[in-house]
Design a protein around this ligand. Structure first.
Ligand SMILES: [Zn+2]
Length: 189
């Protein structure tokens, strides 16, 4: 993991998608009900050092999850998506360069100076998504194409654009399409 990725906005956008995808869905319950779950999400995305999560961190992360989910849900309507993201940035973002003691080079912080982990996730996630869209186009974010999956999808990196959040959703959709084709008039029985 390079410093560029650790502090970069692609990581913020990935964190935003990961946060959104903890919300209750047909395939799983709420995956963000305990402080340890928020800690593990941060550590899984290369948060360095020790992470201690308070009930306030968790509550703010859950509120941010709702706001960021609304951004993903607005994909397909560019004006609405921009309005939701701009509203979120206006409420949470305070971009500034920060020089931590201990040799960490100047880097960008987006959260308000008094923000907790939940506020950090929300502001950084919103800015990460905004920068990704500005850099790569609005198609960079979307919602899983599986019929019963509300997961957000981030389309970064080389290769064809991802339509599904994971292999399980892609396989399930392929099998359903195959069965539908077999049932259709003229299809094999
Ligand atoms: Zn999915």
């Amino acid at each position: 993991m390079t410093a560029g990725v650790r502090f970069g906005f692609t990581r913020w956008a990935r964190l935003a998608a990961a946060l959104v995808n903890t919300a209750p869905a047909p395939r799983h319950g709420d995956l963000l009900t305990a402080p340890e779950q928020l800690r593990d999400l941060l550590l899984a995305h290369d948060e360095p050092g020790t992470v201690r999560i308070t009930p306030a961190d968790l509550a703010d992360a859950r509120a941010g999850r709702t706001d960021l989910a609304a951004v993903f849900a607005a994909t397909g309507d560019d004006a609405r998506l921009a309005a939701r993201l701009n509203d979120l940035l206006g409420r949470t973002a305070r971009p500034r360069l920060v020089d931590h003691p201990g040799g960490v080079p100047l880097h960008l912080h987006v959260e308000a100076p008094d923000a907790n982990w939940g506020g950090w996730l929300t502001a950084s996630g919103a800015m990460g998504l905004a920068l990704m869209i500005a850099e790569h186009g609005v198609e960079v974010i979307g919602v899983c194409a599986a019929a019963d999956c509300p997961h957000g999808v981030l389309r970064v990196g080389p290769g064809p654009a991802r339509r599904f959040c994971d292999a399980a959703c892609a396989n399930r959709t392929r099998v359903a399409a195959h069965r539908a084709a077999r049932r259709a008039p003229g299809g094999a029985t």
